[in-house]
Design a protein around this ligand. Structure first.
Ligand code: PHE
Length: 514
C-alpha cells in the first residue's frame, strides 16, 4: 500500500508544502485584522504564548501521528484511539470541508480582483445595479458589483479546477507547485514590506504592532482570538498536517519539522503585519470590523493612492492579489489533499475518483457562498460585508470547530494512545529530545487552556447568539437565515456530526494496512 501512497521527494519539499499550507489568507489578512481588532500589540503576546504553548506542541502531535501511522487523519486517529478517535478525525475533516468551501469562494473573489487590478479596479467609481446605493468609490464598488453578479461562479470554478490539477497526483504535483509558489510568496511579501515602510508615515504603523497592552489581556475574547488564529494559521485541527506527514520517510525528524514550519509561518505572518499596518498608517485608514474588508478594499484603496502613478498602482495591486492567490492555493490544496487522502484510505477508491468527486462536490459547496443572493452590500458595516452566510458558518467552524478538535485530539492522544508513546516515537527519529513536560502539555495544560476559552465563548453565546444582531437591517436575500442564526448553528452541528458518524460507521480499514 505505502508504495502507491507516494512520498515527499525531499525534506525541503515537505517543509515547503507544510509551510505553504500554513501560510495563507490567515497570515496576510486575518492576522492583521485580528491584531487591529484587539489593539495591535495587545494581540501579539497572547498570540506568541499560544504559538509556543499550544501551536508547536500540537503540530508535533499531528506530524508525529501521521508519521507513525502513515495514514490520513481519520485512520491515524483510529489506529491511535479506536472508533472515538476516528470520529474526531472525520469531524475535523467535516469542519475542514466547510472551511474549504468558503476559503475557495474567497479565492474566487481574489481571482476576480486580480483581473480587476489590470485596470477596472482603479477607476474612480463603479455603478452598482440593483442596490440601495447607486455607486461606490473603488475598489469598494468594484468588489460589490462583482459580488452581485454571477461572474464569481466562474472564478470559483477556475480555482477548483486549479486545485484538482494540483492534487491530481498527490504529493508529487503538490511538491512541484509549492517549490514555485512558496519562494514567490516570500519575494512578493518582502517587496510589499519595503514599499510599505518606505512610504511617508508608513513606519509608524509598525509601532502599533510592538506596543503591548496588558489591560486587554484580561479579556478572554483576546485569548479565544489568539488560540483560534494559531490553530487556523498553522493548519491545525483540520487533519491536514497529519495527512502531509504520512508521506514522510520513516527516519524524518518531526520536532524540527514542526519548529521550522511554525516559525516560518509565524515569521511570515508577522512581517505581513508590518506590510499591512504600514500601508494603513501611511494612508490613515481604519479597517472596519471585517477581516475581508481589509483584503478587498482597505489595502487596495491604500495601494490606489501609492506614489508613482498608474503603473506603480497597477504593479502593486497585481502583486498583492497574486500573493493572496498563491498563498491561498498552496493552502487550499492541503485541505483538498487532507480530505481526498482520507477517502482513499478508507474507501479504497482511486485518487482520480476521490479528487474528482470531491472537487465537484466542493464546487457546489463554494457556490452556496458565492450566490449573489447571499450578499447585501448595504450591510457592509455590520462586520460581515453583508456576507452573512460566510460569516455565520465561519464563526462556528473557525472559532469553535478547530478548538474542539484540538481539545479532543489532545485528550485522546494524551490519555487513550498515551502522550508518552507518541513522544517516544517522535524522539526516536529526532535530534532534539522532548522531555516528559511534553506529556503534561498534551494531557492537561493544552486541554485546560482550550476548555477555558471555549467555556467563556459559549457563555457569551448564551448572552446573545452570534449573528442575532444582524436581523433588523437585513431584508433581502437570505433573510430567514439571518433572522434565525440558530439555524446555522444547528445546521452546522447536525451536518458535521451526522456525516462524521456515517463515515466512521461505514466501511472498514483493512487490517494491518501499515
Ligand atoms: N493556514 C491557512 C491560512 O492561514 C489556512 C488553512 C487551514 C489551510 C487549514 C489549510 C488547512 O490561511
Amino acid at each position: 500500500m505505502s508504495k502507491s501512497r507516494g512520498q515527499w521527494g525531499s525534506k525541503v519539499g515537505f517543509i515547503l508544502a507544510a509551510s505553504g499550507s500554513a501560510i495563507g489568507l490567515g497570515n496576510i489578512v486575518f492576522f492583521s485584522a485580528n491584531a487591529y481588532k484587539f489593539g495591535g500589540g495587545a494581540f501579539y503576546l497572547p498570540y506568541l504564548i499560544a504559538l509556543f504553548v499550544i501551536g508547536i506542541p500540537v503540530m508535533i502531535l499531528e506530524f508525529g501521528l501521521g508519521h507513525q501511522t502513515r495514514r490520513a487523519f481519520p485512520e491515524s486517529m483510529h489506529k491511535a484511539a479506536g472508533k472515538p478517535g476516528e470520529f474526531v478525525g472525520w469531524w475535523a475533516l467535516m469542519n475542514a470541508c466547510f472551511i474549504v468551501f468558503y476559503y475557495i469562494t474567497i479565492l474566487g473573489w481574489v481571482l476576480g480582483m486580480l483581473i480587476g487590478a489590470f485596470g477596472q479596479l482603479w477607476q474612480e467609481t463603479t455603478p452598482l445595479k440593483g442596490f440601495a446605493m447607486d455607486e461606490l468609490a473603488n475598489p469598494h464598488g468594484y468588489f460589490f458589483s462583482m459580488l452581485s453578479s454571477w461572474k464569481p461562479m466562474i472564478f470559483v470554478a477556475i480555482v477548483w479546477i486549479l486545485n484538482a490539477i494540483l492534487v491530481r497526483r498527490g504529493v508529487a504535483t503538490i511538491e512541484a507547485a509549492v517549490k514555485v509558489f512558496v519562494p514567490l510568496m516570500w519575494i512578493f511579501m518582502i517587496v510589499l514590506i519595503v514599499r510599505g515602510i518606505t512610504l511617508e508615515n508608513g513606519f509608524q504603523g509598525v509601532w502599533l504592532l510592538f506596543t503591548p497592552n496588558f489591560e486587554v489581556m484580561k479579556d478572554a475574547a483576546v485569548w479565544q482570538g489568539a488560540f483560534s488564529q494559531i490553530f487556523f494559521t498553522l493548519s491545525l485541527g483540520f487533519g491536514v498536517m497529519t495527512a502531509y506527514a504520512s508521506y514522510l520517510p520513516k527516519d524524518s525528524d518531526q520536532t524540527s519539522n514542526a519548529l521550522l514550519t511554525s516559525l516560518m509561518n509565524c515569521g511570515f505572518e508577522y512581517i505581513a503585519g508590518l506590510a499591512i499596518f504600514s500601508i494603513l498608517f501611511a494612508f490613515a485608514m481604519v479597517p472596519a470590523a471585517s477581516t475581508l474588508s481589509m483584503m478587498f478594499f482597505i489595502v487596495p484603496t491604500g495601494i490606489s493612492q501609492m506614489p508613482g502613478g498608474d503603473p506603480m498602482v497597477m504593479a502593486f495591486g497585481l502583486l498583492f492579489f497574486l500573493l493572496l492567490l498563491l498563498a491561498g492555493l498552496s493552502s487550499s490544496v492541503s485541505l483538498v489533499e487532507g480530505l481526498a487522502s482520507s477517502l482513499i484510505d478508507k474507501f479504497r477508491i482511486s485518487r482520480a475518483k476521490a479528487v474528482g468527486l470531491f472537487c465537484i462536490f466542493g464546487f457546489v459547496g463554494s457556490a452556496m457562498f458565492t450566490l449573489p443572493q447571499v450578499v447585501n452590500p448595504g450591510l457592509e458595516n455590520d462586520g460581515t460585508l453583508g456576507l452573512t452566510l460566510l460569516d455565520l458558518v465561519d464563526h462556528w467552524a473557525f472559532s469553535y470547530g478547530l478548538l474542539i478538535v484540538g481539545l479532543l485530539e489532545c485528550l485522546l492522544i494524551g490519555w487513550a494512545f498515551g502522550a508518552k508513546r507518541l513522544r517516544a516515537g517522535v524522539n526516536s527519529s529526532s535530534r532534539f529530545n522532548l522531555g516528559s513536560w511534553y506529556d503534561w502539555l498534551i494531557k492537561l495544560i493544552i486541554p485546560a487552556l482550550i476548555l477555558y476559552v471555549l467555556i467563556v465563548g459559549i457563555k457569551g453565546e448564551f448572552a446573545g447568539l452570534y449573528g442575532s444582531d444582524y436581523g433588523p437591517n437585513y431584508k433581502d436575500g437570505f433573510s430567514w437565515m439571518v433572522n434565525s442564526p440558530q439555524f446555522i448553528l444547528v445546521g452546522w452541528f447536525v451536518l458535521t456530526v451526522g456525516a462524521s458518524l456515517i463515515f466512521t460507521l461505514r466501511g472498514k480499514y483493512s487490517e494491518g494496512s501499515q
